[in-house]
Design a protein around this ligand. Sequence first.
Ligand SMILES: Cc1ncc(COP(=O)(O)O)c(C=O)c1O
Length: 440
Amino acid sequence: MALDRPAAPNDLHAFWMPFTANRQFKKSPRMFVAAEGMHYTTADGRKVLDGTAGLWCCNAGHKRPKIVEAIQKQAAELDYAPAFQMGHPRAFELANRLVDLAPDEMAHAFFVNSGSEAVDTALKIAIAYHRARGEGARTRLIGRERGYHGVGFGGISVGGIVNNRKVFGSLLTGVDHLPSTHIPENRWTRGQPEHGAHLADELERIVALHGAETIAACIVEPVAGSTGVLIPPKGYLKRLREICTRHGILLIFDEVITGFGRLGSPFAAQHMDVVPDMITCAKGLTNGVIPMGAVLTTAEIHDAFMTGPEHLIELFHGYTYSGNPIACAAALASLETYAEDGLFQRCADLAGYWEDGLHSLRDCPHVIDIRNMGLIGAVELEPIAGAPTQRAFSAFLKAYEKGVLIRTTGDIIALSPPLIIEKAQIDELFSALREVLQAE
Ligand SMILES: Cc1ncc(COP(=O)(O)O)c(C=O)c1O
């Protein structure tokens, strides 16, 4: 396939790649140069089926005309407007659309540029909210082992992935962690596992240890994605909600992955019928096309700040690109595309087919667990003794050679295709994966 650009840059030296084995990559680079629908195109002209929606973000697939057009039009009309003390209509329109899509209790949207910023913003709002209400001692933050909340200092402090934390110093003080909900009894579960709701009660233990009056918020991913797809046990999130409510602790759902239809509802909160006090989102907000995130809050949280003289700034927080006009245009067009294509319902309709295909890999060599929810799936492999991550990474490389993009974290293969995936493409994905795993 002729491409009107160089196949690969001459020198790969300068770019320090994120979350990548740089030296290994640069010896044998894998470059995408185009994308459309369910496929990427590699620098050597091969098509690769996108089994991961980019990085859990291109929920409507690639190069969607409405989104492309909206970005082009917005860039030509209003490229940038100052985010502080000035506004532009698209940001207000988007905030309204977002709170309409979210659970009824969500009444306000604060715009940021990534999931990491959404998390740090939500944590700051939580602490400042309590202070605004005269409970300034509530500064502790509770996360969860194996949680991923991005890479800001707040996010890695409440997060529970050791490699993301251990070389970065003392992190935030006053943070504690719930235990992971991932327990061996739940192996091979389809959808939400039966065992483990009681793990929410660990929050009671933490409350007893520190005193509720010192705790600002508890943040969890409704379904943990980046750490290897950990599905919450039945009843767990409801129990966490009850304990938070009982102790005046804000519950934050980090929906950076689960937002925008990944489970078949706009947000996991609706899917699980549990209403948090704040929702963080990003990724699918703009279909991954332009960096953008948001924190959604209840009216109660927002209104606690709306006191004092009206000419004073209520929250000393924000980013140069909060509500950037082009990002807003991309987000509005993404939400329209999701609605026009009925993608959230499509995800719900496909979830059973996806689940069956995924679990059909159970008999493949070295597979020690499979789990799924909505259009998310994980195949966990037995690590090679003394060489953790290698088996899954080798599967990733083989799958790429076969024309299928998967993602690995540790020895877990994580899958999260665009919600436009066809049944035949689900079959293609799993049969490629079967061949890969049989060769491992
Ligand atoms: C749950 C969750 N929170 C936060 C983030 C961080 O998002 P970003 O990479 O946009 O900063 C991610 C990214 O995968 C995520 O999965």
